[in-house]
Every structure is written in C-alpha cells, then in structure tokens.
Ligand binder design. Sequence first.
Ligand code: CU
Length: 163
Amino acid sequence: MPAISNHLTRRRAMQIAVAAGCCGGSALASGPRIDQITDPLSTAAKDMFRFAPDLVVTEPGTEIVFLNSRGEHTVHSSPQLWPDGVPPVGISAKKEAAVLLPVEGLYGFRCRRHGQYGMVMLVVAGNVSDLEFVPDRIARMKAKPREKEAFTEVVARYMALHL
Ligand SMILES: [Cu+2]
C-alpha cells in the first residue's frame, strides 16, 4: 500500500476514534467489543462470516458490546452453551448492543444466518475449568455439523490457552 494512502487511513481512523471518545454520547458498556465481519476475500466460509474476536475471557458482571448486528448478521445465544437461569439473547438490526454476563459460565453465541458456516463465538466469564459437560451439550445442539465443529474448536482453544 502506498505511504500516502496508509497515512490517510491512519489519520481518518484517528479522527473517528477521537469523535467517538468526545461526542459519542453512548451509554453502553466499555467492556470487550465484538465485531461481526463479512470478508468477501476469504477463501473459506468459516472465515468469510465471523465474530472478531471469537473468544473472550472475562469476569462475571462484565458487559460485552456487539457491533454490526445489522443486515445479514445476528447475535443469538446457543441454548446448550448458556448458564442456567440467564435469559436468552437475540440481537438483530442493531449497530451496537450490550450484553450483560451476570454469572460465571460459558456463553455461546451464534449468528442465526451464518452459524451453519461456523459463525459462532464463546465468552467465558469467570474461572471455568470443569468442561466435561461441554461435548455432550454440543452433541445435543440443533445445529449443522460445521456449527458444532466451530464450538468444539473454540472451546478447545480456550482450554489450550487458559487451563
Ligand atoms: Cu452472520
């Protein structure tokens, strides 16, 4: 990329960041922010539609913010990977939406449209180390194989990185 173009891009990014900081007026949480991405240059469907990041480890009581739940992407809780007693989540047609994680546990999220291609993500709130129940829960999901694989992969990544 030519230097001038790079410079302009950075400058524009700075302007946007400053504007958001001074005048955004948002009452939303400042917790982890999850973007929803459509990448038409990707060669694999699982990368073409994705949450970024797709793994967040945080504490109970955190609010996370989902961006770009518009047009084609949604954020829906996965009932099999969801703490008991916590209300389900369904976000669509929102530029920005906060989700409170009230208790310790695993919070699985999927895009209702692209979950079948593996567009899922996992939030771990608290110190969750007993994951023996997870494979059975994933097996019982009413989901396409690719979605189950994606949940299995992200849970394995959490275990490898944090346990
Ligand atoms: Cu999607």
